[in-house]
Write a protein of this length. Structure first.
Length: 401
């Protein structure tokens, strides 16, 4: 890895590429990063939080049965939801024209507060993340914007970060993006100014939203897995398992371990501190986790159309669930409920200890897989005591009865 910083012109060069930051010099940041669980009860990134672990626990509890609070048709493929300040933020792919829209909706009613055109690119990809009062919007043309997460939606800054095909992640005052620039690149940008804090080169990096946990930033590509120090961009470890190629998948950080999905070699569990392989799992979408009151902990993953829970200590399968045989979405856990969706539009709540169905409904359109190229990444979300379900062009909100 080769990294240079320049304090005079607000530029940073990585692997021969020069980036111009917006609003400040490119000094290495001393930002810290939080523990992998968010301090608030908002959804801040793809798969709920910066760790992408798909778990949230509301202090007021969350239990079935649910009722639909509202549903809206936004006219195009809807992204995963991010929540803040009583609002839901989603991107929506245009239909018939390239580009996308950014919507801010009232979380109680679903009414549009404001809407912005993201811009025309060769596809409809764009996604957002949230931290410290701002929404950070990224599209495939590499345009990254900091926008006030309030009823005004004020644009604070914009910067070009190169070709990007993966969702951004914000935590601890930094926005992390990873994509294809030369071979590949991971960038950390200051949330206040958009100025580049640090950058690190990766091999053939494409689709991997950075995962953040315990002062580390993790990305994964076929046979190539990386950890950078979140405060300073130091390369802490790099695993090369013997091949290379484009693509990639979003890693998940949980409890000092990193879960890597690799279509080339299999799915691996790594020690987050060392990069050492400590186990295997099997998932087509990002896994989620549940811990019982007596200390049992399950990793819950979708493989094909079967959702399964695996004991993280013994490796044994505890339960499996197939629903309507069209299960599709990355699972999430809200309090003590597993949430899963299907391409037939069915939404399921399951008991995490047994996998038994607790409640179900049909949203009205197919619930899509998470990381699809060329359109906004999607996924189930939960924030401010509300379950949010993107289903094709629809976004639906559910709350306990």
């Amino acid at each position: 890895m080769t990294v240079w910083s320049a304090t005079g012109g607000g530029m940073l060069a990585v692997a021969g590429c020069l980036f111009l930051a917006a609003g400040s010099s490119a000094q290495v940041s001393d930002h810290g990063t939080p523990k992998h669980k968010q301090a608030t009860e908002d959804a801040t990134a793809f798969q709920i939080d910066a760790a992408h672990d798909g778990t949230v626990a509301f202090k007021r509890g969350f239990s079935a049965p649910l009722k639909q609070a509202w549903i809206v048709n936004l006219g195009g493929p809807v992204s995963y939801p991010v929540t803040a300040n009583g609002m839901v933020f989603v991107t929506v792919g245009n239909v018939g024209n390239p580009g996308s829209q950014l919507y801010a909706l009232d979380i109680k009613t679903g009414k549009t507060i404001w809407q912005k055109q993201v811009g025309s690119t060769s596809d409809d990809f764009s996604n957002v993340t949230y931290d410290k009062g701002q929404i950070f919007l990224l599209n495939s043309a590499g345009n990254l914007q900091g926008i006030t997460a309030d009823k005004r939606g004020k644009l604070n800054w914009t910067v070009q970060v190169g070709s990007i095909e993966a969702a951004p992640t914000a935590a601890g005052g930094l926005v992390y993006v990873a994509g294809e620039q030369q071979d590949g690149l991971v960038l950390a940008l200051d949330e206040t100014t958009g100025g580049v804090a640090w950058g690190g080169a990766v091999e053939f990096g494409q689709q991997s939203a950075p995962a953040v946990g315990d002062k580390g930033v993790y990305v994964s590509y076929p046979c190539e897995y990386y950890k950078f120090g979140a405060p300073n961009g130091r390369l802490d470890w790099h695993d090369n398992t013997g091949c290379f190629g484009g693509g990639g998948a979003t890693p998940v950080y949980d409890n000092l371990q990193v879960y890597i999905r690799d279509a080339a070699t299999g799915d691996w569990i790594l020690n987050a501190a060392t990069g050492e392989i400590v186990g295997q799992f099997n998932a087509d979408e990002t896994p989620t986790f549940w811990k019982s009151t007596n200390g049992d902990k399950y990793e819950i993953s979708l493989s094909g159309t079967t959702l399964s829970a695996t004991d993280t200590v013994t490796g044994s399968t505890i339960w499996s669930f197939t629903g309507d045989d069209y299960l599709s979405s990355p699972p999430i856990v809200v309090n003590d409920l597993v949430v899963e969706g299907s391409l037939q539009g069915n939404l399921y709540l399951l008991d995490p200890s047994t996998g038994s169905q607790v409640w179900t409904t049909n949203v009205g359109a197919g619930i899509e897989p998470g990381e699809q190229p060329g359109i906004p990444w999607t996924g189930l979300g939960a924030g401010e005591n509300t379950l949010l379900v993107p289903a094709s062009d629809l976004l639906a909100a559910y709350v306990p009865k």
